[in-house]
Design a binder for this molecule. Structure first.
Ligand SMILES: C[S@@+](CC[C@H](N)C(=O)[O-])C[C@H]1O[C@@H](n2cnc3c(N)ncnc32)[C@H](O)[C@@H]1O
Length: 356
């Protein structure tokens, strides 16, 4: 407990409660939801665990400075007042990402520039040398969040957004973001207790995320790297212990998980992604036009799918949704059906229940 510090997990709008619940299940302390973020307390090991496990976080930040500033000079002075050698060695590269809201700062690039100047000036004064900036592949990523005059400077422990799980090497048209897919599955209370189908599976993201939830596979177990591996306090043996204990909690499942799509190229890509996720013993991918299928057997089935958006459909979206509705009504009894769409009109017209 005494080694716990504040951490911030960022997410998409609307997913704050789902993320807070994931954090509670992982054992985070003092969880508070905000706008597109959840703050919590944990120790160094918890940073590793959160990055490996959280399905609905896009980033985990570790705040290192909080102060008030209402102009660039105050911002520069505060940032320069911090001992940056603790964080950025002169052999390391770094980058800065800024998000600014409110009346005092309105130019995120300028804020990044000012902060970079303050960090470089401070390290040069302390050591006589300076670290380099690398915008593409930095060793250390610094994140600045300014809300009016409240400034929070954090270390980004994740690096690339956590939707880069590591399994998706092939994508078809309009693939769904992995974090969005996982969040919608958790929202729908998918728990791996029935058979599962995505009948418009594209590159297979939804079936892969559904199988990972059902088998309790950590969301980012196949990811190649996290930013915290470049931190001064990186503890590889602690990471390995945590990773090993999570792998030991993966379950085997007996349910059928199926992805199908009418496009041959989507089927090829989905199959490759399923292999990348090491789920080929648990997910079957096949070619089918959903409108000409019927459910196999009487067992309960769970469908979650995202159809093409309006402009990607050759015909009328209302007609397409209505055909999906007819197929479900006539040939898919005992089925729990969830559809992801940006087209509320088409959903309402076809009497699907909707939520935002
Ligand atoms: C928006 S994409 C799905 C993206 C997918 N969730 C992913 O992550 O890649 C919609 C998919 O629906 C498929 N599709 C469209 N009409 C279909 C139909 N009648 N039967 C089966 N698949 C269909 C398209 O081939 C496309 O792959």
């Amino acid at each position: 407990m005494k080694d716990n510090f504040e951490l911030i997990a960022k997410t998409f709008f609307g997913f704050e409660d789902i993320l807070a619940n994931e954090l509670k299940n992982l054992g985070a302390q003092n969880i508070t939801t905000g706008n597109r973020m959840v703050s919590f307390y944990g120790d160094k090991g918890f940073i590793y665990k959160a990055n490996l496990c959280l399905r609905t976080a896009v980033k985990i930040l570790k705040p290192i400075m909080k102060f008030k500033a209402s102009n660039n000079i105050e911002l520069y002075d505060h940032v320069k007042g911090f001992d940056w050698r603790k964080i950025i060695g002169i052999d390391k590269t770094f980058s800065i990402e800024s998000v600014v809201h409110g009346k005092f700062f309105n130019h995120s690039l300028f804020v990044s520039q000012k902060t970079k100047d303050a960090i470089v000036d401070r390290i040069r004064e302390d050591t006589g040398s300076r670290p380099s900036v690398d915008l593409k592949y930095p060793d250390i990523k610094i994140n600045i969040h300014i809300d009016n005059n409240k400034v929070t400077i954090s270390m980004d422990s994740s690096g690339k957004s956590l939707h880069h799980r590591g399994y998706r090497t092939s994508t078809n048209v309009a693939p769904i973001n992995e974090v969005l897919a996982a969040g919608l599955l958790l929202h729908s209370e998918w728990n791996g207790q029935s058979d599962f189908l995505d009948p418009l599976c594209g590159s297979g993201t939804i079936v892969i995320e559904a199988a990972m939830i059902a088998r309790n596979i950590p969301a980012n177990i196949y990811r190649k790297e996290f930013a915290f591996e470049k931190w001064n306090d990186w503890d590889e043996s602690l990471f390995k212990v945590i990773e090993e204990s999570l792998i030991n909690k993966i379950k085997s499942i007996k349910i059928k998980i199926i992805g199908s799509d009418k496009s041959t190229s989507a089927v090829v890509k989905a199959k490759q992604n399923v292999i990348n996720a090491k789920l080929n013993d648990y997910i079957k991918i096949k070619k089918d036009d959903f409108l000409y299928t019927k459910k196999e057997g009487d067992d309960e089935l769970f469908i979650l799918t995202n159809p093409p958006y309006g402009h990607r459909l050759e015909g009328d979206i209302n007609k397409f949704y209505s055909k999906i509705g007819d197929t479900l009504k006539n040939f898919y009894i005992n089925t729990n059906f969830w559809i992801i769409s940006s087209n509320f009109e088409a959903i309402k017209k076809n009497r699907f229940k909707s939520f935002k």
